[in-house]
Ligand binder design. Sequence first.
Ligand code: ZN
Length: 147
Amino acid sequence: MGIFEDVIINAKSIVGTVGKKAGEVVDSSKLKLAAADLKSEINRKYQILGRISFEEISTEKDYSKAKKDLYEQICELKTNLDSLNDMIASAAQKIKCDSCGCYNVKGAIFCNNCGEKLTLHDDVSEHMSPDDVIDFTEDNFDDDDLL
Ligand SMILES: [Zn+2]
C-alpha cells in the first residue's frame, strides 16, 4: 500500500504544523486562515478515505490500517478545528488595538496596554460553522495527490 503511506506521512506533518499554529497565533485573520487550511485538509482526507475504500473494493486488498490511520487524523484535525473556532469566537469578543496590536475586553474604550483610543471593527464578527466542513465538490478533488 505504498501510495497511501506517502499521503499519510505527509498528513501527519501537516497536523503538527497546524497544531503549532493554533497555539501561537492570536490575530483572528490568521486564525481564520488556519481554520480554512484545516477545513480543506479535512475535506482532502475524506476524499482519500473514499478513494481508499474504492481501491479496497476494486482490488480486494485490506486497507483497514490505512483507513483507521486516516480516521484518527480526521478526528485530530477536527479537534484542532474546534479549538481554532473557539479561539476565533473569543477573538471576536475582544477589541484589537490599532496602535500596539493588543487585545482588550469588549466595551473597553482605551487600550489596556498603550492607552490608545480603541476603534471597533466588524471584520471579526462572521461565524465559522463546522457544518460546512464537508464539501465534496469536484473542484476540490486533486487526483495528483493519490496517483
Ligand atoms: Zn494598544
